[in-house]
Ligand binder design. Structure first.
Ligand code: 5GP
Length: 196
């Protein structure tokens, strides 16, 4: 059976990744989302085990020591990681997995021998810098301090968009969705996947 594809989706905070991926998984067959582990506290609307697995720093550290993560990184001063077992089980069963991840995580997966030829990287861009600032400000959960940190991280992430295989501009939601679906379709038509 052909392996599933691991879709790594990155982009600055506030660009709309969460909403896009939620809809994508709801509308597409044979595609699941890998839920990240984080040590940051949940936002008001976030449920443990749905938005993230919210773990203590100690539990996170133990999982690192036990080799449970495919990759892990510090983003905005908090730890985030991808649990290996879930992703590998799904892909080995021929199911695609999509993951919201930062640039450091994409780099780590790209170097991982288990994922050679089995992943695709996608960067979601805001239509403009002003629009990104507006979207971030509209998140009531952001304090002035966390907004400043996220904007700074966003700027350094945008500079690295050229390292990705695909870029989707989230200007009009339906159009961005169509682009994500097209990327998935194209990935499954790759000769290297069809002929294995
Ligand atoms: P937020 O705290 O705003 O939900 O996410 C902050 C950043 O962490 C986002 O850029 C998101 O893509 C990234 N992120 C979420 N989960 C993971 C993960 O499992 N690994 C890595 N490397 N980054 C992640």
């Amino acid at each position: 059976m052909a392996s599933g594809v691991f879709f790594l989706v990155a982009g600055p905070a506030g660009v709309g990744k969460t909403t896009l991926l939620k809809r994508l998984v709801a509308e597409e067959k044979n595609l699941v989302k890998a839920i990240s582990v984080t040590t940051r506290p949940p936002r008001a609307d976030e449920v443990d085990g749905v938005a993230y697995h919210f773990w203590s720093a100690k539990r996170f550290e133990d999982a690192v020591a036990n080799g449970e993560f495919l990759e892990h990184a510090v983003v905005h001063g908090k730890r985030y990681g991808t649990l290996a077992r879930f992703v590998l089980e799904k892909m080995d069963a021929g199911i695609d997995v999509v993951k919201d991840i930062d640039v450091q995580g994409v780099e780590q997966i790209g170097r991982h021998p288990l994922f050679r030829g089995r992943y695709a990287s996608v960067f979601i861009m805001p239509p403009s810098h002003d629009e990104l600032v507006a979207r971030l400000k509209s998140r009531e959960s952001e304090t002035a301090e966390s907004l400043a940190v996220r904007l700074k991280t966003a700027e350094s992430e945008l500079e690295r968009a050229g390292e990705f295989e695909y870029i989707v501009i989230n200007d009009e939601f339906e159009h961005a969705m169509a682009e994500l679906k097209a990327i998935r379709l194209a990935e499954h038509c790759l000769a290297s996947r069809r002929l294995t």
